[in-house]
Design a protein around this ligand. Sequence first.
Ligand code: AHR
Length: 315
Amino acid sequence: MKSVRLAAIGLLVAIFPITTQAAPANKLVVGFSQIGAESAWRTAETESILSEAKKRGVELKTSDAQQKQENQIKALRSFVAQRVDVIILAPVVETGWQPVLREVKRANIPVVLVDRGINVPDQSLYATLIASDFVQEGSMAAEWLAKKLNGKGNIVELQGTTGAAPAIDRKKGFEEGIGKQSGLKVIKSQSGDFTRSKGKEVMEAFLKAEGKNIQAVYAHNDDMALGAIQAIEEAGFKPGTDIIVVSIDGVKDAFHAMIAGKLNCSVECNPLLGPAAFDAVAAMLAGKSVPKKTIVKDELFDQTNAKNVIESRKY
Ligand code: AHR
């Protein structure tokens, strides 16, 4: 029986490679299912989880899903088979988690959601969510842009991954924000999957179709905005001047682009979630209750303050 179980674990690990940060026996074992490495933000989040686990002597099993929910589901099943103590999940999309999380619950493994929320009828399937308020981020971007454009202009939108909480909520918050101004219109909106290359590709298509008709770009993350900036330059326009560029994340490259005058504004989304995630893990294992949701506070940066704060940025 035992060999059958070990064979099953072996098969899962073979299908879906899991990396393990080794630790002495009897240490806490945590499975971390990460979305991928699609953006600088994501790399910073992974680093934060990894370094916090190391600092606390936790054995961490990490799995990179390459932006695919099916890979995350396989990883969760593999964590169950390996009997980890807790699972940290950064879910790529909002829906489709109920069946696998039921399996995790049956195995008595608590789940800490980081970064993105999920849509499940049964809220007991996860213990806690630690994330930014994505709707708020979208409305902060809208408010800033409305002022910059004096309430008038055509905007193109680069959405994040379809079905992902930040893509849904950042769109919603932005639409609500600019909805107050009748002179502002989103004339094109498409997913750039949170990546620089896709952001560039989609922006090229927008420029081909609309050209001089575009006054601003709203990108759901910095990587797509940086791709869009390249496309704008290649099309013979000046990003930051001819076309205003606003995005979300606040990664280092966005600060460099703001200082260079090419990106106008970036709303921060803090990826350094490791300490809060492992605080929640520790609290739960000590039998303490944890809040269902912890909201991370974010700030807005633009060309007026980018230069003064860049040195203090941690990601
Ligand atoms: O879920 C957070 C988003 O995912 C970040 O804004 C983006 O850069 C990442 O890929």
